[in-house]
Design a protein around this ligand. Structure first.
Ligand code: ADP
Ligand code: 5GP
Length: 217
């Protein structure tokens, strides 16, 4: 019997970019939070925004809350991978942390709207995995927005008005999750992540591994 190869079974691989989009209130931040807590190889892309922090939101953790001047300077300095205006505020994805994480084989999670997802697709090509989160019903979406109790009634109405147009982009995504039970949604996204990580083209350390097994020599 030949000796087993002296290589680690942990195969080096390139990171992937997991984009989660949904109409506001459908639950993507809740899903994202649980995934991040459960998965040490997943890192969140923290966006910069000109919107006001909601109660409980922490600068540098949920967003970088910046002034309009700072945001415009970041755009001028080409610091964003993409940026867009959503509900009258500007949001942008800083480029540098994403590049660092991907090179280190870490996966990056993005909570962006459909415009951001499209632009990330241009940048990411095969590195992208996109998931759209739908609410189980319009009534439940409204209930969640009100229950979240972080926005005024006017803001909630504005978000409901935008929900249909945001949801019309569902078919530009590879995967669609209906977020009825949160545990099921999290386990579905976990399953997507697990199988996407195993794609052969992502496991760029495989060639060395199979050679050490004596294949192709
Ligand atoms: P989004 O990030 O898409 O705007 P959130 O994650 O903030 O949405 O969720 C909106 C509200 O709905 C929050 O109060 C959250 O706790 C609640 N929520 C999220 N997912 C579910 C679910 N599957 N069932 C019931 N409530 C949920
Ligand atoms: P919220 O104000 O509820 O945190 O986010 C409003 C919308 O902006 C959500 O649909 C969210 O996905 C999107 N968003 C957050 N950060 C970014 C970003 O960096 N780029 C883009 N394009 N959208 C973002």
């Amino acid at each position: 019997m030949s000796a087993s190869p002296s290589v680690s079974p942990e195969i080096r691989r390139r990171g992937l970019m997991l984009v989660l989009s949904s109409p506001s209130g459908a639950g993507k931040s809740t899903i994202a939070r649980t995934l991040l807590a459960n998965d040490g190889n997943l890192t969140m892309s923290v966006s910069a925004t000109t919107r006001e922090a909601r109660p409980g939101e922490v600068d540098g953790e949920h967003y970088y809350f910046v002034t309009r001047e700072t945001f415009d300077q970041m755009v001028a300095d080409d610091e964003f991978l993409e940026h867009a205006t959503v509900f009258g505020n500007s949001y942008g994805t800083p480029k540098a942390p994403v590049e660092t994480a991907m090179e280190a084989g870490r996966d990056v999670l993005f909570d962006v709207d459909w415009q951001g997802a499209q632009e990330i697709q241009q940048y990411a090509h095969d590195d992208l995995v996109s998931v759209f989160v739908l609410p189980p019903s319009i009534e439940e979406l409204e209930r969640r927005l009100f229950n979240r109790a972080q926005d005024s009634e006017d803001v909630v109405r504005g978000r409901m008005d935008k929900a249909t147009s945001e949801m019309s982009h569902w078919d530009a995504y590879e995967y669609v999750i209906i977020n009825d039970e949160i545990e099921k949604s999290v386990s579905n996204v976990t399953a997507i992540l697990a199988s996407e990580r195993l794609k052969r083209r992502r496991q760029n350390g495989l060639l060395g591994f199979v050679r050490a097994l004596g294949v192709g020599q």
